[in-house]
Design a protein around this ligand. Structure first.
Ligand SMILES: [Mn+2]
Length: 357
């Protein structure tokens, strides 16, 4: 595995490349052009400037998270081909500078959903948390406002303010899109970009839906081993792969996380490794990375990645907010650095145990 941290760019992130460089074992960042709206082409010169900035700090760009997919593509409106053409141009520009891993998601309207962005734990740390009862008793627009109001003033990925104005329209546009239609639209998109991905050796890594069930009545299609295998089989080529996200698949305790990894050898291109603590069905909070702090066995997750030959980028995903840090919820420096060190420690022990004579 290649350890990385997500980095939103010097204009948006409280964490600097120099700080990331000081975390032992972190080889690079997963980054993005955060201010380019979904559907627009990423200009080559901006990608080149981003790459130069990252490399000047001694780090590499290990992948992009995300190149967002425009709603027209997910809904399957008549103008989707225009947005797919733009997406292809972005992929070509990324390919030209040697960026070979692209994370994306196919969730309607809302990306990840949490009901509390700063839930206080007994030790005074704060974490993102989810309670299905809150979602069941609120309308989407109010929910969108509350999420933005509690983000410490940071624009959050997937919760860009310009989307708020469109929430009502988007819900109307998705009213005809059920699970099957959304799946067909994903396959249409993947087939359209396949040639470009293969030409530039770009690995597409779809992110699972978070949480792994429908919210606000919107369809979800990447929620379990069976569902991701269906996508892999529908476009059965190595470029079409998964971002294994423990915290997203793991929102459903029925998902066997190491089992999902072992079912997809060669098709996991990127991994988000973190822990959740489950309280009851549909109620959980993000824990520290240690197995002992949450509901997942991180050792078994890292072991499954190693034993299936995974060699792509890993990031510790979200962290708790600790030591008084103020940052975008989930994306402080300190706890993600602790998480990276823990995952690297597990990995070192697993490798040495497996290769010792
Ligand atoms: Mn994730």
């Amino acid at each position: 595995m290649k350890m990385s941290l997500r980095w939103y760019g010097s204009k948006f992130d409280t964490v600097t490349l120099q700080q990331i460089k000081q975390i032992p074992g972190v080889e690079g960042v997963i980054t993005t052009l955060y201010d380019i709206p979904a559907g627009e082409v990423w200009p080559l010169d901006k990608i080149q400037a981003l790459k130069a900035e990252v490399e000047a700090s001694g780090l590499k760009i290990l992948g992009i998270e995300s190149v967002n997919v425009h709603d027209a593509i997910k809904i399957g409106t008549p103008d989707r081909d225009k947005y797919i053409a733009n997406y292809i141009e972005t992929l070509e520009n990324l390919g030209k500078v040697g960026i070979d891993t692209v994370c994306y998601n196919f969730m309607p309207v809302f990306d990840w959903t949490r009901t509390d962005l700063a839930k206080m734990r007994p030790d005074g740390s704060t974490v993102l948390a989810y309670d299905q009862k809150v979602v069941d008793n609120i309308d989407p627009e109010t929910f969108f406002n509350q999420t933005n109001d509690s983000s410490n003033g940071f624009a959050m990925p997937g919760w860009e303010p310009e989307r708020l104005a469109k929430v009502k329209d988007l819900f109307a546009a998705y009213s005809e899109v059920d699970e099957d239609k959304l799946f067909d639209n994903l396959i249409y998109f993947l087939k359209a970009i396949q040639g470009t991905c293969e030409k530039y050796d770009i690995k597409m890594a779809i992110h699972p839906d978070d949480p792994a069930w429908p919210v606000f009545g919107l369809p979800r299609i990447i929620t379990s081993k069976e569902k991701i295998l269906k996508v892999m089989k529908a476009v059965d080529a190595p470029f079409n792969g998964l971002t294994f996200c423990a915290g997203s698949f793991g929102t459903n305790p029925k998902n066997d996380l190491p089992g999902i990894i072992r079912a997809l050898p060669g098709r996991i291109h990127f991994a988000h490794v973190r822990n959740l603590h489950h309280f009851e069905s549909g109620v959980f909070e993000e824990a520290a990375h240690l197995s002992s702090d949450g509901s997942f066995d991180l050792y078994e997750i890292v072991k499954a990645l190693y034993e299936t030959g995974f060699d792509g980028p890993v990031r510790p995903d979200h962290g708790r907010m600790i030591w008084g840090e103020v940052a975008m919820p989930g994306y402080g420096l300190y706890d993600r650095a602790l998480g990276a060190s823990y995952i690297l420690g597990l990995n070192e022990a697993i490798i040495k145990n497996a290769t010792r004579k």
